[in-house]
Ligand binder design. Structure first.
Ligand SMILES: Cc1cc2nc3c(=O)[nH]c(=O)nc-3n(C[C@H](O)[C@H](O)[C@H](O)COP(=O)(O)OP(=O)(O)OC[C@H]3O[C@@H](n4cnc5c(N)ncnc54)[C@H](O)[C@@H]3O)c2cc1C
Ligand code: FES
Ligand code: FES
Length: 481
């Protein structure tokens, strides 16, 4: 790949900032935005709590030029975003919200007026999440407010006053200083050059291709290179495990991987499409997908995490994999030499193992349009509803006759084995039986033939089995009308 830049540029508030990886540079490319901010003398408002996406204290807002040519504002966890990922964007922190005359932004004013802060450690994160909502939502409901705050934890204020502040701020959305400066901001963002980039230090080479062809050529040259799309999984290797990743191929700059195409047969979703975009654009067509995504991580995580990353991680508790199996999704992978289409249940080969050669990348996932004669449903059980990975999850695809006889059933479980897998014996038992509570209760014993789950910090083996059995009943309850 031909390299055209060794720097990143972003708007820091209204100031164009450039970081160049030359012999003077001491920051490694995998420096997180949070580490960068905490290293600056006047930007300590952004806090570090967990450094793993779980508390929201580090929330900042990234503004990008959207499809309609206007700015789109996204709250993200700065502890999980590497500096190169913000190239071409505007980075806004709590310090940028009040205007030149130190007049508070309406969301800050509302937090003050509603007594929505005590110790204040979590407050900048809440304010930034609320600011992103203020900038992106014309008619916020309580549901939107709660969804927005699911990724922000507060130990002392109590959420009621924070929610009241949100309602108060969003009651009347007026053009703020960001709206008044929007044109100038867009013009500045447009001056930032794109192009293939590589940032190299003594211990690390970080590639950011602009096109899929360039990415494939890097992968072909460096087969062992660490891929990232959103990096919500991989960033933890750096922030928590303190690993140095020697070579990284960052796919987040490739627009061609961020498209959603509708065809007669279904949707082709680029591997780089964020889970929040999928939630917004595809929940009506695929309600079970919308249901899973509404309890997937937090809004900050979903804005950055991608479908390709969830499938690529092949986690036994990856929330989307059982459901993609129920939808009979197909994974499309590419190398310089060829393209392959692989059904998802063949693509997931084992614990964190996928059918991907060293020169290939996942480029898209095809989800067929749901067959109207079949019901598809999904459930996730975790220790708390929001911002928690699942203990057990399940997805079901079922076809019934008019008198409720099961003609076909596919059940897939996550968290019950080293990989998300089909409950084959349970499905064999259920086929031809009546869709009623007693049948589903009887089917529970067949799950014991299908799975031998492990005990770990999340649940004991017998707890997992009990949860899986209960999910069979839950599926019946959800779809018994
Ligand atoms: C706080 C927090 C909450 C979370 N909550 C959930 C949750 O509720 N449910 C859940 O399932 N997960 C959850 N996750 C895990 C993670 O966010 C998801 O798995 C996410 O979808 C990963 O996407 P990403 O783009 O960030 O992946 P990345 O971190 O970029 O990559 C993940 C893996 O996929 C591979 N990969 C990425 N793109 C490609 C590609 N194009 N081709 C081939 N391989 C590729 C990478 O090599 C890597 O091994 C959570 C993570 C955090 C930090
Ligand atoms: S520091 Fe807790 S989410 Fe980033
Ligand atoms: S005000 Fe103290 S943690 Fe929220």
């Amino acid at each position: 790949m031909s390299i055209t830049r060794n720097y990143i540029e972003f708007l820091f508030g209204t100031k164009l900032e450039r970081i160049t990886w030359d012999s003077q540079q001491t920051l490694v490319p995998t420096t997180t935005v949070l580490q960068y901010l905490r290293g600056l003398s006047n930007f300590k408002g952004t806090k570090e709590g967990c450094a793993e996406g779980d508390c929201g204290a580090c929330t900042v807002v990234l503004a990008v030029i959207g499809k309609n040519g206007k700015l789109e504002y996204k709250a993200v966890n700065s502890c999980l975003v590497f500096l190169p990922q913000i190239h071409g964007m505007q980075l806004l922190t709590i310090e940028h919200l009040s205007d030149k005359n130190s007049v508070l932004h309406p969301v800050q004013k509302a937090m003050v007026e509603m007594d929505a802060s005590q110790c204040g450690f979590c407050t900048p994160g809440f304010v930034m999440s609320l600011f992103a909502l203020y900038k992106s939502c014309s008619q916020p409901t309580d549901e939107t407010i709660l969804d927005t705050f699911a990724g922000n934890l507060c130990r002392c204020t109590g959420y009621q006053s924070i929610i009241k502040a949100a309602r108060h701020a969003l009651d009347e959305i007026t053009p703020d200083s960001f709206k008044l400066n929007e044109k100038a901001t867009i013009q500045l963002l447009q001056t930032i050059e794109k192009g293939n980039a590589c940032f190299a230090t003594a211990n690390q080479a970080y590639y950011v291709p602009e096109t899929l062809a360039s990415a494939l050529s890097v992968k072909n040259t460096f087969p062992k290179i660490q891929l990232i799309s959103g990096a919500t999984d991989i960033a933890l290797k750096v922030t928590k495990k303190k690993e140095t990743l020697p070579a990284i191929l960052d796919l987040s700059g490739i627009e061609a991987l961020k498209t959603v195409h509708e065809t007669h047969q279904g949707y082709d979703i680029g591997s780089g499409v964020s889970l929040q975009t999928i939630k917004i654009e595809l929940s009506t067509e695929y309600p079970a997908l919308g249901k899973v995504l509404s309890v997937f991580g937090s809004k900050q995580i979903r804005q950055v995490a991608t479908l390709g990353g969830n499938v690529g991680s092949a986690s036994p508790i990856g929330d989307l994999i059982p459901l993609l199996m129920a939808y009979r999704a197909v994974v499309i992978v590419k190398s310089l030499a060829q393209e392959r289409s692989i059904p998802i249940f063949e693509f997931i080969k084992g614990y964190h193992q996928i059918d991907l050669s060293e020169d290939e990348l996942i480029v898209s996932i095809h989800i067929p349009k749901p067959n109207p004669n079949r019901i598809i449903d999904s459930e996730k059980i975790s220790k708390r509803t929001d911002l928690d990975i699942s203990t057990v999850s399940a997805a079901m695809e079922i076809e019934l006759t008019s008198d409720k006889i099961i003609t076909s059933i596919h059940l897939y479980f996550g968290g019950m084995a080293a990989v998300a897998a089909r409950a084959i014996k349970t499905c064999e038992f259920l086929t031809g039986k009546k869709w009623e509570a007693a049948t589903l209760e009887a089917a529970g014993s067949y799950l014991e033939k299908d799975f031998a789950p492990i005990s770990d910090a999340r649940a004991k083996a017998e707890g997992r089995m009990a949860l899986a059995k209960n999910l069979l009943i839950k599926f019946w309850q959800n779809n018994s009308e």
